[in-house]
Design a protein around this ligand. Structure first.
Ligand code: FAD
Length: 218
């Protein structure tokens, strides 16, 4: 198998030609980012909360304080939906309604499983750090037992997932292009700025090469 089977819930109906289900596309989007927005029902109300994730094989891991509503709700087995979006450009069209954005986005639906085994939890915490910056784990203090106890780690099996990808220019008819407005795409790239040294840090440590030249995916 190299792709997710679209289900009733994950089949892209609006602009279905933009829908993708193959692992390569979906994993590439997930691995570029590390922030998702999780939608779930809490106290009868829908809520969407941004949080970090890491993808390890066919799973996403989420982590957070054991006191967090997000973690408690998902940890109880409540169904949820999460999405990840990469903005690639603004699409300027000759018409007001033809404006759009180029993007790559993923929607995942499912239920999470709490990771209880301390060794597996520690391994997931390592994955979190390494996913953001490869090689970082070896340079920092690992979590204490107390810190691990206060952290909930959830595994989300990637089973129901879809991607939607928009590329290219506006799709207005040729007649619309007679207007005087500039049309085209303004590309957007997510690039890191200059590292800022923490004044409380060890001033003799040079900025590591992998931070100076940070790229994603790691
Ligand atoms: C940055 C960005 C900006 C957007 N702006 C707009 C906007 O202004 N107006 C607008 O109508 N739409 C916009 N979209 C598209 C929007 O995400 C939906 O695809 C669209 O609104 C259709 O929604 P629907 O519920 O009818 O989709 P349906 O096609 O009915 O959704 C069915 C299933 O398809 C999958 N799916 C749908 N959309 C996505 C997606 N984006 N990524 C991954 N899987 C998906 C999900 O699994 C979903 O459950 C934007 C998308 C992005 C990423």
């Amino acid at each position: 198998m190299t792709e997710f089977t679209p289900t009733d819930r994950t089949k892209v109906r609006r602009k279905p030609d933009r829908g993708k289900y193959d692992w390569d596309t979906i994993y590439a989007i997930l691995d570029q980012a590390f922030v998702c927005h999780v939608g779930f029902i809490a106290d009868g109300m829908p809520i969407v909360v941004p949080t970090n994730y890491v993808r390890v094989g066919d799973k996403l891991f989420l982590h957070g304080s054991t006191a967090s509503r997000l973690m408690k709700t998902l940890g109880s087995g409540a169904p949820f939906c999460l999405s990840v979006t990469l903005l690639d450009g603004i699409v300027f069209s000759p018409t007001a309604t033809g404006h759009s954005v180029n993007y790559r986005s993923v929607v995942v639906m499912g239920k999470a499983e709490p990771i209880e085994d301390p060794a597996a939890k520690l391994a997931a915490m390592r994955d979190f750090v390494e996913y953001v910056l490869r090689g970082r784990w070896a340079t920092v203090r690992p979590p204490t037992d107390q810190e691990l106890k206060g952290t909930m780690v959830l595994a989300v099996p990637l089973v129901e997932a879809s991607a939607k990808v928009r590329v290219g220019f506006a799709v207005d008819s040729d007649e619309e292009y007679a207007s005087g407005a500039w049309t085209g795409v303004l590309p957007f790239k997510w690039t890191p700025g200059e590292p800022l040294r923490d004044p409380r840090g060890n001033q003799s440590v040079p900025v590591p090469e992998n931070i100076q030249r940070y790229t994603r995916p790691q």
